[in-house]
Design a protein. Structure first.
Ligand SMILES: [Zn+2]
Length: 290
């Protein structure tokens, strides 16, 4: 069951659904114009958000931004024909590659078998589209490089491509007056390589960009809004593990024991997983030195 909440007076979001991989959808409501953040993983995902907002007296969006090309953020775009769609140039290029693909069970299974699709997405697509797999991939109308700023009337949004390991085309939305940074999936690992991974350089480059925004609330699309302090803790963990990965050349045991020594406690499950992803990233770039 999805719910909608507001943060401040200009921003609404709908909670995610992990089973079908529905991400959080956002809506920035200006005095003159409305910007939707991400189109959802299906038309029904996009439309339920609009319906719930209509009940709160909020009109349909004038613009919709796609944060990156992954299916769960773009398959709903065909339901948003009245909105002007926007993405980075790179996102549009990646979506173009999806246009010729079939999304039947057979086609998905075949792509998973040959390694061009991952089981995680294939199974979520099958769960989201159980009856009608009427997927109509739509390309965004307007594309940009680096960043653009939108004045929606009383509220300004900066749409900036930040990249990162999860998707090189990742764009974040900074809602200036509300000090909200919509991160989408950008700080997650790369899930499209044979082994899920973080890289040292990718992580540092991304965090350097994210830390230039003065935000109080951060939104992770498959999680929940987090505070500035929680974001700082997450960023510190990623930086520390990146440093140790470099120092110990991807040696899992040495990275873990040094991190435990610094923290003065055993690693949490999340930290263990993060170390594994960094080790995978190191091996991907430099080979297995363990
Ligand atoms: Zn993603």
């Amino acid at each position: 069951m999805q719910s909608i909440y507001n943060i401040g007076s200009r921003f609404w979001y709908m909670t995610p659904v992990s089973e079908t991989d529905r991400p959080i959808l956002g809506m920035v409501v200006g005095e003159d114009r409305i910007l939707m953040i991400d189109a959802g993983n299906s038309e029904s995902h996009a439309l339920i958000f609009l319906e719930m907002l209509t009940e709160k007296g909020i009109s349909n969006p004038d613009f919709v931004l796609l944060t990156h090309w992954h299916w769960d953020h773009i398959f709903g775009l065909s339901a948003l024909g009245d909105a002007f769609s926007i993405s980075s140039e790179q996102t549009k290029d990646e979506i173009k590659k999806l246009l010729p693909l079939s999304w039947s069970d057979e086609a998905l299974n075949q792509r998973v078998a040959e390694g061009t699709e991952i089981e995680f997405c294939s199974s979520a697509i099958k769960k989201e589209f159980q009856e009608h797999r009427d997927i109509k991939i739509t390309l965004p109308l307007l594309t940009f490089e680096d960043k653009i700023e939108m004045d929606l009337g009383g509220v300004t949004c900066i749409l900036q491509q930040v990249g990162g390991d999860h998707a090189a085309d990742s764009v974040v939305v900074y809602v200036k007056e509300e000090k909200i940074l919509f991160l989408a999936d950008c700080i997650y690992a790369d899930i499209f390589s044979p082994k899920w991974n973080f890289t040292v350089d990718g992580t540092r480059g991304l965090l350097d960009k994210l830390e230039t925004f003065d935000a109080e609330t951060y939104i992770l699309s498959h999680g929940k809004p987090i505070s500035r302090e929680e974001f700082r803790n997450e960023a510190n963990m990623l930086r520390t593990i990146a440093d140790l990965t470099e120092k110990y050349e991807g040696n899992m045991a040495r990275i873990s024991s040094e991190y435990e020594k610094q923290a003065g406690r055993v690693l949490t499950e999340d930290e263990i997983e993060t170390v594994e992803y960094f080790v995978n990233g190191y091996e991907m770039n430099y080979g297995n030195k363990g």
